[in-house]
Design a protein around this ligand. Sequence first.
Ligand SMILES: O=C(O)c1cc(=O)[nH]c(=O)n1[C@@H]1O[C@H](COP(=O)(O)O)[C@@H](O)[C@H]1O
Length: 253
Amino acid sequence: MQKLLNRVQAANSLLCVGLDPVGDDAQVARRLGEVVDQTSEYAAAFKPNLAFFLSRENGVQLLRETVQRVPEGIPVILDGKFGDIANTADHYARFAYDIIGADGVTVNPYMGDDAIVPFARPGKLVFALAKTSNKPAHSLQDVALTRGGSLSDCAATIARKLDEAHGGIGLVVGATNAEAVARMRALCPEQWFLVPGVGAQGGDLAATLRAGLRPDGSGLLINTSRALWQAEDAAAAARELVEQMHQLRPMAV
Ligand SMILES: O=C(O)c1cc(=O)[nH]c(=O)n1[C@@H]1O[C@H](COP(=O)(O)O)[C@@H](O)[C@H]1O
């Protein structure tokens, strides 16, 4: 987490710039460069979504170039929502870290601990899906377990225990349900949450910060993707979000 902590402090920002590139090849190559360059000053992290690269010819190469363009010191979280058994997960980890050069990943914990642990390497960040931003997922994640709590509570608890054992493991919690953010924070008081859903999905930034910030005023990475990609002035849009965070945060990071 050290790279993330250093960057959050240096930029005084909790903004994660999501990179979900759409358009033709020429537009995408140009716009990716613009968004990275224009938002870097305000970015605590970048989160390229793997699907948006894999759906293009030469997408892996484009992803590598994009990661290389991110200034030194800003963590890159590869959003692949990886989630396979241990030996397969190990290959995904090699792809994300050794081929792409990412500092972190998102993982889907449905297959259990061994879908997560191969990604836990010194200096790397692993964000396990716990309570996602999309409403249809709740028919699964809200299932009540006979032993108490819901499936998403269980995912959060697994992530907390793995963090205690391995370090560097956080949660993905959607910004579309502030109550759920508060619940996840109650279950996992210390961990970092990657929080998508502000912007195109209509998540409430103020309510999310109130519900999810730790007492030290940190612990959340607020992701927005389409809102920055589509902005006429990505720098201004990123700056505005960071300024809103400063106004809403009870304490400096
Ligand atoms: O893991 C994620 O990043 C993720 C989890 C989640 O619960 N909801 C969610 O929207 N995401 C991702 O976050 C990004 C949200 O994009 P925007 O809705 O355009 O800001 C996309 O890349 C999604 O795949």
